[in-house]
Design a binder for this molecule. Structure first.
Ligand code: FMN
Length: 207
């Protein structure tokens, strides 16, 4: 091989860095029964504005806090609240979403759903998707500070982190339950930014 060509090829600065842009990705947005559930409407909008397909999956308790219709309108996709919503296809909708997802983001994530995930339960579509997907999982917890700091919750969080589930927050501040402490849902812009980072990190790994 020509000496000059070899020298140029081996020079680190001459190596081509291939970056694949995040582009349009499928984000499954899980919403659970926290007082912060209303904020998921804005989060769904932010993710749509970032150019992604957003599929909202709600727990039954979440529907007490925000209407599926609101999230359906903002996400521009049908919302799943039960295994029995899924009658469109021969293929179970939760397995379809688990396979399509490039990211599973649960915001807000209650103490209850964190415990279900840590124990690998599959009693409703959101936790079943978490078991079936191989996409990265990001949780944004929101709860009373004592619930967050309880050993049971912290053990569940550690278990999930050991399985490479990522967390953002909670943050400290005035909580809806009247206490001040650690338990508020993290800022929505930061959650959307972290989601973007996880989506593009996956691309760069492939590149
Ligand atoms: C007004 C109200 C607010 C609540 N807020 C929270 C909360 O922020 N975080 C939490 O973990 N649980 C909260 N809970 C309790 C959950 O709704 C309850 O644990 C429920 O079983 C969660 O179900 P899910 O995780 O399946 O959505 C709240 C309950 C009520 C009535």
């Amino acid at each position: 091989m020509d000496r000059e060509l070899k020298r140029r090829r081996d020079k680190p600065s001459a190596r081509k860095v291939v970056r694949i842009p995040a582009g349009k990705k499928s984000v499954v947005l899980g919403v659970t029964g926290s007082i912060a559930a209303y904020k998921s409407a804005e989060l769904a909008s932010l993710l749509v504005k970032q150019g992604h397909e957003v599929f909202v999956v709600m727990t039954q308790d979440a529907t007490e806090f925000i209407s599926p219709l609101t999230l359906q309108t903002l996400s521009k996709n049908p919302v799943i609240t039960s295994f029995y919503d899924e009658k469109e296809n021969w293929r179970p909708g939760h397995i379809d979403l688990a396979d399509r997802a490039n990211l599973l983001l649960i915001a807000p994530a209650t103490a209850h759903v964190i415990a279900e995930l840590a124990h690998g339960l599959a009693g409703h579509p959101l936790v079943a998707i978490a078991l079936a997907t191989r996409a990265p999982i990001l949780l944004a917890p929101a709860m009373n500070g004592k619930m967050w700091q309880h050993h049971a919750t912290q053990e569940n969080v550690e278990k999930l982190k050991a399985r490479r589930v990522e967390f953002i927050g909670p943050e400290e501040g005035m909580l809806a339950c009247g206490y001040e402490g650690l338990g508020r849902l993290w800022k929505l812009n930061d959650i959307a930014f972290r989601a973007e980072f996880l989506l593009s990190r996956h691309d760069k790994l492939i590149a």
